[in-house]
Design a protein around this ligand. Structure first.
Ligand code: HEC
Ligand code: HEC
Ligand code: HEC
Ligand code: HEC
Ligand code: HEC
Length: 369
């Protein structure tokens, strides 16, 4: 009986996330891929455990899997290279994120991501399938040199080019009530753009120290925490002036909603300067609130979306201001966000964490009439 039980546990672990593999350490890539390595350490992929991310930590502290079960089920996406991933994903086991375990602190590690062979689609969360060949990495360069340290999968892997390598973790996450806590529109590839081309553009600097390529794929993964300046080109701000009022237009030319995580709040701040006087107009807030019984709730108790004013994929949103513009007026438009909804900051004990409380300026533009 015990044997059958163990076998069942083993099978559930397999189904939950492929299986546990051993990965080369990030440190091992540093000598040759120094630029890419340094960039990676400015990204959230290198900070994906609670000990390195105060916002993740705040939510994890309140999560029932921490308080009651002591099982870091988040590891499927937050520490996918963990040497005890099977425990993290198996009911009844205990496994917490550890600040002294490199396989945890490396986050979404280099070798992990570069060994993703395919993605299995599932209802609750997708699953990354990993190659069994340890030192063979997928990439997209056809003209690559041979690497003295590892092999490069000769057939390449289309998913590194079309962005599907990202959707094992980023597509969606459903809670036990069937609510999608967050989801990214993964079908919509517009104008040849995809997750990789937008978030990992080719920038100056060589792929490795052994070659001298002009560019390499940016590994800082521009997003809502860091390097958001690299994404401003995908969101246009403009003004339409009428006699009695004017409109500010936000044109989101992105294949997903402007912000994805339900903790986020985007804000549009508009002010008019006439001569020496500046008049701030009312702020506009864009947010998706999840909850239960009509009240906001944590992701593990929420069963519905109670409000959604977030700017959607490919949406052009017009906001009307009842303000009569005159010749010479200057309108300043600022679009930005709070990583944590100010209404949730106190509940999550994040009052003293600047990253959670500061306003993050994304794009600013002035229009003179
Ligand atoms: C299916 C994959 C997946 C699982 C499982 C998962 N996450 Fe995440 N998590 C993500 C992704 C992807 C992001 C980045 C989303 C974004 O920025 O929009 C993220 C971001 C977060 C953030 C925002 C962090 C910040 O700095 O703003 C928090 C908080 C978070 N996750 C908590 C958790 C907790 C707690 C668990 C486990 C109970 C968990 N996640 C399980 C994929 C996952
Ligand atoms: C001894 C040097 C060396 C080390 C160490 C090294 N690489 Fe490489 N790698 C190379 C060379 C050389 C290339 C070929 C690219 C080029 O033309 O410079 C390459 C190419 C790659 C590619 C691109 C494949 C393609 O065709 O697009 C990936 C992905 C990659 N390495 C991942 C890694 C990872 C992950 C590590 C650490 C676990 C690592 N490398 C460590 C030398 C190295
Ligand atoms: C193994 C799971 C996994 C894979 C694969 C993955 N991510 Fe992530 N990603 C995460 C998690 C988890 C976070 C959130 C980390 C945190 O905030 O603590 C995240 C965060 C991000 C962010 C937010 C950064 C910020 O500043 O807020 C961006 C952008 C991102 N990922 C892009 C990508 C892209 C592009 C790919 C594909 C090339 C990809 N991710 C593949 C798990 C993954
Ligand atoms: C056309 C360009 C474009 C494409 C395609 C695109 N993104 Fe984004 N992404 C953006 C922009 C613009 C933002 C918002 C600005 C920011 O977060 O810096 C963003 C934000 C994000 C964030 C942060 C959201 C948050 O709430 O913290 C994540 C994570 C992300 N994208 C992942 C992905 C993934 C995964 C894909 C592919 C399925 C993808 N993106 C496709 C442009 C793009
Ligand atoms: C979240 C997944 C992910 C992580 C983590 C990641 N990479 Fe990559 N990497 C990619 C993708 C996708 C590409 C292909 C980009 C392209 O062709 O535009 C790539 C491309 C590369 C290339 C070839 C660059 C080029 O311009 O062709 C090298 C080398 C590389 N990665 C090394 C690394 C190293 C070293 C690390 C860790 C410091 C790392 N990667 C972490 C997804 C990842």
């Amino acid at each position: 009986m015990k044997k059958i039980y163990l076998l069942l546990l083993f099978i559930t672990a397999l189904l939950a996330n492929d299986k546990v593999h051993t990965y080369a350490k990030n440190e091992e890539c540093k000598v040759c891929h120094t630029t890419i390595y340094d960039e990676f350490y400015t990204s959230m992929h290198a900070n994906s455990i609670p000990q390195k991310d105060p916002i993740h930590n705040a939510v994890w502290q309140k999560h029932p899997h921490n308080k009651k079960l002591q099982r870091y089920s988040c590891g499927k996406c937050h520490t996918p290279a963990a040497n005890n991933l099977d425990k993290m994903l198996t009911k009844g086991q205990k496994a917490l994120p550890e600040s002294k375990n490199v396989t945890h602190t490396e986050g979404i590690s280099c070798a992990y991501c570069h060994r993703i062979k395919s993605i299995e689609l599932h209802k609750k969360t997708n699953t990354n399938m990993i190659t069994n060949t340890p030192k063979t990495y997928f990439g997209t360069r056809k003209e690559s040199l041979e690497s003295p340290f590892h092999s490069i999968a000769s057939d390449g892997n289309e998913i590194f080019k079309n962005g599907n390598v990202c959707i094992g973790c980023h597509s969606h996450k459903q809670n036990k009530f069937g609510l999608n806590v967050c989801s990214t529109n993964i079908d919509n590839q517009m104008d040849q753009a995809n997750c990789v081309s937008c978030h990992m553009p080719q920038i100056k600097g060589s792929v490795s120290n052994l070659s001298n390529t002009k560019t390499h794929a940016f590994h800082g993964f521009s997003g809502s925490h860091f390097h958001s300046d690299m994404l401003t080109q995908y969101v246009d701000l403009s003004i339409l002036r009428n006699i009695e009022h004017f409109y500010v237009n936000i044109d989101n030319r992105t294949s997903h909603a402007l912000l994805l995580h339900p903790l986020r709040v985007a804000v549009l701040k508009v002010s008019v300067t006439r001569g020496a006087k500046t008049t701030p107009l009312e702020n506009q807030v864009f947010v998706r609130v999840i909850g239960k019984d009509g009240k906001p709730a944590m992701p593990w108790t929420a069963d519905t979306t109670i409000k959604d004013t977030m700017i959607q994929a490919n949406e052009k949103r017009s906001i009307k201001y009842d303000f009569k513009l005159q010749k010479g007026d200057r309108v300043d438009v600022v679009l930005g966000w709070y990583l944590v909804n100010p209404k949730a900051v106190k509940k999550l004990n994040l009052e003293n964490e600047t990253i959670a409380t500061e306003f993050h300026l994304f794009k600013k533009q002035s229009f003179t009439f």
